[in-house]
Design a protein around this ligand. Structure first.
Ligand code: ADP
Ligand code: ZN
Ligand code: MG
Length: 490
């Protein structure tokens, strides 16, 4: 067991996030940019690095990069320049990666990150640059062979580098969540870590609290979920503390996270680190971005998650919990606001959206766009509850059928007979039956055991096959056995 962190140490973390853009084609050639195709079927001389093939910048990739830059409040370098990062690796057929070195497209931005108490912290974005992804090596233990798939080679990639502003593994986790949500709002990537569309390397060091200089950092790679990033950072800060407590020095190195063993292991030290010998990419001539292009991309940046969260909370007086769920998905937020235009009980809308509707979405494993319900239908459902036509349970049932069939609430209630019985004569008849059948319970209620009313309500509900309005049933029972007025109860 690793010891707990000591108060005198402070953890310093900076994250490097790689984001694959979901453009139709690759960044420097016309090959399709799709995941999961047959190995090496999405390649051409450019992305295979064959001699004489020339790269051409994908306009969409550039636009996406600018969109991300604007969303992260970065300064945009209007001189677009690419550089060669030289290293040899089997998944890099050219022997170099086209990247951006001294003129990243974006610099000096920030992201506001909220913790669960709602306290926000501003995390600096040092730089974000465009580059091409490498291919993929596949190691087959059975045949003891290695294969290379060049389909991924040339996928547009944006590397987003944070300032070392994060102070705990938890804060790093929150930053990743906030960053991912912002990127999802921009629709530039599917942000799917399982497909490798979003990847993260973490840099971490310790220092004595109150000192201004940073300690020696270690870079951790090979985490394939945000949880793994957090676990790796938690492991690493304790490992470094042990070293510092023993009086030794932390070695600057790259370490790999081993998820199965839950620890980091050394990969390469600084001595082995690459000298990439960056130089300007001669096949891509630098050019200056037009202000009008930036301006039109600025118009395409939607309201971002933090702003949406604040606005929804203020405008509709929603709870933090509901707002978080609603703002976590643009479609849900749009749906909510469309409902709020039609119906005043926004709290109810939020409850039913973050509750039953979301449960149905999760059960069906689909997004709201694929759910067969319009804001209008949804509001009718809520109205039917408010009018006591539907009990809570019947409303959930109604919703299910609505989603299964795409039919409106009124039709479903009618077809399925889900309306609750609110006709007093019918309800009184049911109560009278129940009173006759449960003499001993009735006596105990008359003798003052009011809590037993619930039992009779349950019996009446069963007799009505769940359709009776339980509030009315309770009121009728109380009226009959205890003499209270019927109307005061409902
Ligand atoms: P390098 O030149 O080694 O790649 P950078 O300055 O580019 O280092 O930073 C890479 C990442 O490491 C950034 O996210 C940055 O915030 C983070 N970082 C830099 N120094 C430290 C440090 N001492 N401790 C933790 N993270 C750091
Ligand atoms: Zn290609
Ligand atoms: Mg770096």
């Amino acid at each position: 067991m690793m010891p707990a962190m000591e108060q005198r140490y402070e953890t310093v973390i900076g994250l490097e996030v790689h984001l694959q853009f979901s453009t139709q084609t690759k960044i420097f050639c016309g090959c399709a940019n799709v995941f999961g195709q047959q190995a090496n079927s999405q390649t051409c001389p450019v992305c295979l690095g064959l001699p004489g093939a020339l790269p051409v910048l994908n306009q969409k990739a550039l636009e996406y990069a600018i969109k991300v830059a604007l969303a992260l409040d970065c300064r945009i370098n209007t001189l677009v320049k690419f550089d060669r990062k030289n290293y040899y690796y089997p998944d890099l057929p050219k022997g170099y990666q086209i990247s951006q070195y001294d003129k990243p497209i974006a610099q000096d931005g920030h992201l506001l990150v909220a913790d669960e108490n709602g306290t926000t912290k501003r995390i600096g974005i040092k730089r974000a640059h465009l580059e091409e992804d490498a291919g993929k090596l596949i190691h087959d233990d059975q045949t003891n062979s290695s294969f290379v798939d060049y389909n991924r080679t040339g996928t547009p990639l944006m590397e987003i580098v944070s300032e070392p502003d994060l102070r705990s593994a938890k804060e790093a986790y929150d930053y990743l969540q906030a960053l991912k949500l912002t990127l999802q709002y921009l629709h530039v990537s599917d942000c799917d870590m399982e497909k490798g569309s979003l990847r993260c390397d973490a840099n971490v060091s310790l220092r004595i609290k109150g000192t201004s200089s940073f300690g020696t950092k270690v870079e951790i790679k090979n985490m394939n979920s945000f949880k793994a990033v957090r676990a790796a950072l938690e492991f690493e800060e304790r490992r470094q503390q042990e070293i510092l407590v023993s009086g030794a020095r932390v070695v600057q190195e790259t370490r790999l996270w081993n998820d199965a063993k839950a620890l980091t292991l050394p990969m390469r030290s600084k001595e082995e680190a690459h000298d990439y010998r960056y130089f300007p990419e001669p096949d891509l001539v630098p050019f200056v971005l037009e202000e009008s292009m930036i301006a039109s991309i600025r118009c395409s940046v939607p309201e971002l998650p933090r702003a949406k969260y604040e606005r929804l909370r203020q405008t509709y007086g929603l709870s933090e919990y509901d707002t978080n769920i609603i703002a976590a998905d643009q479609d849900i937020a749009d749906f909510f606001e469309a409902c709020a235009k039609l119906y005043g009980d926004t709290k109810k809308i939020a409850n039913w959206l973050s509750g039953p509707l979301l449960q149905e979405m999760n059960a069906r494993k689909v997004g709201l766009k694929d759910m067969r319900v319009t804001p209008q239908d949804f509001i009718v459902l809520l109205q039917k509850m408010a009018e006591n036509v539907l009990s809570n349970l019947a409303a959930k049932e109604t919703l299910k059928y609505m989603l299964d069939t795409g039919k409106g609430a009124v039709l479903v209630i009618e077809e399925r007979g889900l309306a609750q019985l609110s006709d007093s004569a019918a309800l009184i008849k049911i109560v009278e039956d129940v009173i006759c059948q449960n003499e001993s319970v009735v006596q105990s209620i008359r003798a003052g055991k009011e809590s037993a009313v619930g039992f009779l309500v349950g019996q009446a509900m069963r007799q009505s096959q769940g359709k009776a309005n339980p509030k009315m049933i309770g009121a009728i029972i109380r009226n009959k056995l205890l003499g209270s007025s019927i109307t005061e109860a409902y």
